[in-house]
Design a protein around this ligand. Structure first.
Ligand code: KIV
Length: 276
C-alpha cells in the first residue's frame, strides 16, 4: 500500500487520465463510498475512482434491490461522500427512472447531480438503447460512465442476479453495446457479471477503459462495493467477491465487549471519567 501511494499522482484524477491509464496498461481501482467518513478512507488508500453507487439502497438503506434509489438520495450521498474525497474521480449513479423517461429528464437529473454533489461524472446502466441519451448528456458537458452485463436496475427483467453473455449471441451483443457506448461518448464502462473471456473481448473492442465486477481479470480495472469487500455486508457472498477484512465480525465482537463492560461496571474506568 505504501509503495502504491508513493507512485500515485497527488492531483485529482480526471476522466481523460483513466483513458490514458488504459493506454499505458495501468489498472484502474474503483470502489464505492456513500459518506464522508468512508470517502476519506478510500481516497487516502489511493483508489482512482469512487463510485457513489445506487447500491446504497440495498447496502445501507435495507432495500432488496437498487430500484428504490432516488435522485434525492443520490444527491445526499454524493454530496457527503465527495466532501471526504480529495484525489479520486467521483462518479454518482443515475438511479432507476432518472434517465429512462426522456432525454431532457436525463439531462436535468444528471445536471442536478453534478451541480449539487460536486461529482465529476454520472453512471448509467444499459447498452445501445441509451446511446442517444449518453450522447445528449456528453454534449451537455456531463461525463458518462456506462454499465453493461448484469445491470441491477433491470434485475426483474433479467430474472435475477445472473451472469450475462454466456451464449455467443449475448456475448456478441455485449461487444456491440460497448462500441455503441464508446461511440456515444462514454469515457469508461463497468462490466458486471459476465464470463472472463467475454469481458476480455469487450475490453479489447474499445479504447475506453472497462472496470469489472465479477467479469474476470482482463478488464482495465476492478470495482467492488466497499461494504462487501470489508465484510460488513455479511449475507452477500457471490463467487467473485473477495473479502479483504471481516469488519462485521469485528464490530459485533467490539459491541459485545462494550455491553459486557457496561453491565459489569468495568467501563467507564477512572481513565474515562472527568475529575475521577
Ligand atoms: O451501485 C453500485 O455499487 C454499482 C457497482 C456494483 C458497480 O453499480
Amino acid at each position: 500500500m505504501a509503495d502504491y501511494l508513493a507512485d500515485a499522482p497527488k492531483k485529482k484524477v480526471t476522466t481523460l487520465e483513466l483513458v490514458q491509464m488504459k493506454r499505458k496498461g495501468q489498472k484502474i481501482v474503483m470502489i464505492t463510498a456513500y459518506d464522508a467518513l468512508f470517502g476519506a478512507l478510500v481516497d487516502a488508500a489511493g483508489v482512482d475512482v469512487v463510485l457513489v453507487g445506487d447500491s446504497v439502497a440495498p447496502v445501507l438503506a435495507g432495500e432488496e434491490t437498487t430500484i428504490p434509489a432516488t435522485v434525492e438520495q443520490m444527491i445526499y450521498h454524493g454530496k457527503i461522500a465527495r466532501r471526504g474525497i480529495k484525489r479520486a474521480l467521483v462518479v454518482v449513479d443515475l438511479p432507476f427512472l432518472s434517465y429512462q423517461v426522456s432525454i431532457p429528464d436525463a439531462i436535468a437529473n444528471a445536471g442536478r447531480i453534478l451541480k449539487e454533489t460536486g461529482a465529476a461524472a454520472v453512471k448509467l446502466e444499459g447498452g445501445s438503447t441509451w446511446a442517444s441519451t449518453i450522447a445528449a448528456l456528453v454534449n451537455a458537458g456531463i461525463p458518462v460512465m456506462g454499465h453493461l452485463g448484469f445491470t441491477p436496475q433491470s434485475v426483474h427483467q433479467l430474472g435475477g442476479f445472473k451472469i450475462q453473455g454466456k451464449q455467443a449471441d449475448g456475448a456478441a451483443r455485449l461487444v456491440e453495446d460497448a462500441k455503441a457506448l464508446e461511440q456515444a461518448g462514454a469515457f469508461s464502462m463497468v462490466l458486471e457479471l459476465m464470463p472472463g473471456p467475454v469481458a476480455k473481448s469487450v475490453t479489447a473492442s474499445v479504447a475506453i477503459p472497462t472496470i469489472g465486477i465479477g467479469a474476470g481479470p482482463d478488464c482495465d480495472g476492478q470495482v467492488l462495493v466497499l461494504h462487501d469487500m470489508l465484510g460488513l455486508n455479511e449475507g452477500f457472498t457471490p463467487k467473485f467477491l473477495k473479502r479483504y477484512a471481516e469488519l462485521g465480525q469485528e464490530a459485533r465482537t467490539a459491541i459485545g465487549r462494550f455491553g459486557e463492560e457496561v453491565r459489569s461496571g468495568a467501563y467507564p474506568g477512572p481513565e474515562h471519567t472527568h475529575g475521577g
